[in-house]
Design a protein around this ligand. Structure first.
Ligand code: CIZ
Ligand code: SF4
Length: 319
């Protein structure tokens, strides 16, 4: 605890010295969430992280999250220094959608509007017409469908299938998944619901269809937070990364939150639903990168103007 307090003090001082601000995702360690809030930064989903980073006056952004979040920040603010605690923090959706294969997929469907999830590389974004996150994907695809567009969707197959069911849009899909949300299990969730019959079930749409089917509310991290605040229930079962439990409990001290079951979730393993890449972010890493200016995210300058187009469209749509 002493070491933790020292690290936090050092980070506070370094943020000031470096004219830097912290931008943390809901799935990283609670220390990094709390420190971001205390020091004038933000804890949020990737959409709001991107907007905040773009609009903030700091010249250095410290992005605690995964690689695509740092890259998006850099694409929106090439003049800022974007530091990440660990450059190896990646994402199975990004890794599962390499640009060469994705480009060939786009070439095979030239008549379709290309909509990609934020969890992708800068090169994939540079092939896209629209970027979406889970908090705006449904509205954006609905708007495109209403204008007569046929969609090419990548990379998350569960989120894509959910959006297709909800909007009826004509979509061809890449077959990626999130290793965290893909592990939630419908059968076990049904059993947990029976143990807690009053509990409302909140599900992130990167989860499999049989898990989504059991939900009382389906949506992005921000939608899950809103549902937890607004629903009258006292108990909730939550199917998303358990990093979210911190802010859920902070915002709702009188309510009880259970983690939805994953394959490995048992009496001995209560916290399986946690992204191993998000977990690579820590106080030590933040202090080190600020101290030494390490781990600056670089994006090929030749890609930036094109990769920025779909991001700007999304930010304008959701403004
Ligand atoms: O699962 C993720 O990485 C999420 C929820 C990203 C985001 O858009 O905040
Ligand atoms: Fe990627 Fe899933 Fe980790 Fe999010 S939780 S960064 S989607 S692997």
């Amino acid at each position: 605890p002493k070491r933790r307090a020292e690290l936090k003090d050092r980070i506070r001082r370094l943020l000031q010295e470096r004219n830097a601000v912290m931008v943390s995702h809901y799935y990283v360690h609670p220390d990094l969430q709390d420190l971001a809030m205390e020091t004038g930064g933000i804890v949020s989903d990737s959409l709001e992280m991107a907007r905040f980073g773009r609009d903030h006056a700091a010249t250095t952004l410290v992005v605690s999250g995964v690689r695509f979040m740092g890259e998006t920040a850099k694409i929106l603010s090439p003049e800022k220094t974007v530091l990440m605690p660990d450059l190896d923090a990646n994402c199975s959706l990004d890794l599962g959608c390499p640009i060469d294969e994705f480009s060939a997929f786009c070439d095979a469907h030239p008549d379709r509007t290309v909509v990609v999830y934020a969890n992708t590389s800068a090169a994939v974004k540079a092939r896209a017409d629209w970027l979406v996150t889970s908090s705006c994907a449904l509205e954006i695809v609905q708007a495109l469908k209403d204008k007569g567009h046929k969609i090419l969707w990548a990379p998350d197959k569960h989120l894509g299938a959910y959006i297709q069911r909800e909007t009826g849009a004509d979509m061809v899909m890449w077959s990626g998944s999130c290793i965290v949300h893909d592990e939630f299990k419908g059968f076990e969730l049904e059993a947990l619901k029976q143990e807690h019959p009053q509990a409302k079930v909140l599900v992130h749409p990167e989860s499999p269809a049989d898990v989504i089917a059991l939900a009382d509310a389906v949506g992005s991290t921000s939608a899950i937070l809103k549902a937890a605040r607004e629903m009258a229930a006292r108990e909730f079962i939550v199917a998303t990364d358990n990093g979210m439990m911190h802010v859920l409990r902070q915002q709702n001290p009188d309510k009880v939150f259970f983690e939805a079951p994953t394959a490995g979730n048992s009496a001995t393993c209560k916290s399986c639903a946690h992204c191993p890449w998000m977990a690579m972010n820590g106080l030590e890493g933040v202090a080190q990168v600020l101290e030494r200016g390490l781990n600056a995210i670089e994006v090929d300058p030749a890609l930036i103007p094109r990769a920025r187009q779909p991001i700007d469209r999304m930010l304008a749509f959701t403004a």
